[in-house]
Design a binder for this molecule. Structure first.
Ligand code: NAP
Length: 358
């Protein structure tokens, strides 16, 4: 059986809890395919999950990482329909994490082609964050000429959301701290200092009664002040109190769901949910968005590349989340495997070359 190396969270805590583990890879079933991962991002959700604050991973033992870029190693009926042949560069989002591994066995329907000319490390910054930004903007339902507040505008999700909203002809108010002011203004948005106690009232005044929508990861009730009386509040996260993140996130989601049909509507933007329930929409989005990135219509965060063998350093870098930057782990070549499609027999053709160091 072929092997892979995965970065498992063995206990909740700081970066030292991440362990590189050699594992067997099962043979693909049905429409599944094998992807050799070449790049995977390490973002704020991975950090939250590692610390034990992520609602979808309440127990340790899992492999974090929502998105990846890699090379298709095997084909299935679905990959053929999608025009993806063995050797193709592909990208995707996993609905339940698990991308921090050298090899994945996953449904082919999760995959989008990476356009020629788009660097794999740059492409790896995009699947989760760019689809999140795009999905949140769609949920915001603001027509051209309208206004939107983007919270955390210099983070990867906020920066992509601001760029997409600007392209759609919206006036964007982007919140960040004063240290991020320059980066926010470089995005062409009106800077909002979230440390100013009057920030929400200032947005309300500047928009003549409130913004038409907000894309927000804080869950702060002040967002309601910044919104117009008929505005839409799109939640990408609910940053909870330290040590209470899971409960706060659950409460925030339930409250938002209860206000789905209020005058000021609330929407929860969940890309894992989108991937799990509306696979074709997700894949269409990802394919189109990677195309925009390749065409230079969107600017990705700068890549901080870290070898997978130093996954703990990658987590440490993600802990310090630098505005305008994204951590991407680069995978070793590792063992190559082939599947004989007729006999479904695995053969290892190269020995492992990775060092399962810490
Ligand atoms: N729903 C989904 O499917 C999905 C997918 C991906 C990510 N997410 C979530 O989306 C959020 C953003 O992700 P990211 O990776 O872009 O985050 P990030 O790197 O953590 O950036 C967040 C930004 O928020 C700003 N910020 C901090 N405190 C704030 C406050 N009180 N009010 C407004 N802004 C504040 C920071 O600005 P300064 O640096 O200037 O302080 C920072 O630039 C995260 O909570 C993440 O978990 C959700």
């Amino acid at each position: 059986m072929p092997e892979r190396t995965a970065a498992r969270i063995t206990a909740f805590g700081d970066a030292d809890v991440v362990q590189l583990v050699d594992e067997e890879v099962r043979a693909p079933r049905g429409t599944e395919v094998v992807v050799r991962v070449t790049h995977a991002s390490v973002g704020s959700t991975d950090v939250l999950a590692r610390r034990g604050g992520y609602v979808f991973h309440p127990f340790p033992g899992f492999v974090p990482g929502y998105d990846f870029v890699g090379v298709l190693e095997t084909e299935s009926a679905v990959s053929s329909v999608l025009g993806l042949r063995a050797g193709a560069r592909v990208a995707g989002v996993l609905p339940g994490m698990g991308a921090h591994a050298t090899r994945l066995v996953i449904p082919a329907s999760l995959l989008a082609p990476v356009p020629d000319g788009l660097d794999s490390a740059v492409a790896a910054t995009a699947p989760l964050d760019l689809v999140t930004a795009s999905h949140a903007l769609r949920l915001a339902e603001v027509d051209a000429g309208g206004s939107i507040l983007v919270q955390g505008v210099t983070g990867p999700v906020g920066s992509y959301a601001a760029q997409l909203a600007t392209r759609e002809g919206l006036t964007v108010f982007g919140s960040a701290s004063t240290r991020s002011r320059e980066a926010a203004e470089a995005l062409g948005v009106t800077f909002v200092d979230y440390t100013d106690p009057l920030w929400a009232a200032r947005v309300k005044n500047a928009t003549d009664g409130g913004a038409d929508a907000a894309i927000d990861h804080t869950g702060s009730p002040e967002v309601l002040t910044a919104l117009s009386p008929r505005g839409t509040w799109v939640h990408t996260a609910f940053v909870g109190r330290r040590g209470h993140e899971r409960g706060d996130s659950l409460r925030g989601s339930l409250t938002a769901a209860a206000h789905r049909f209020g005058a000021q509507r609330q929407r929860v933007c969940s890309v894992p949910g989108l991937v799990a329930t509306r696979r074709n929409d997700y894949r269409r989005d990802l394919t189109a968005l990677l195309g925009m990135l390749a065409a230079g219509e969107l600017t990705a965060p700068a890549v901080d590349a870290v070898p997978f063998e130093r996954i703990r350093d990658a987590h440490r870098a993600a802990d310090r989340a630098q505005r305008g930057r994204k951590v991407v782990v680069t995978m070793p070549e590792g063992p190559r495997t082939v599947v004989d499609p007729a006999r479904r027999v695995w053969e290892r053709t190269l020995p492992p070359t990775h060092a399962a160091g810490k």
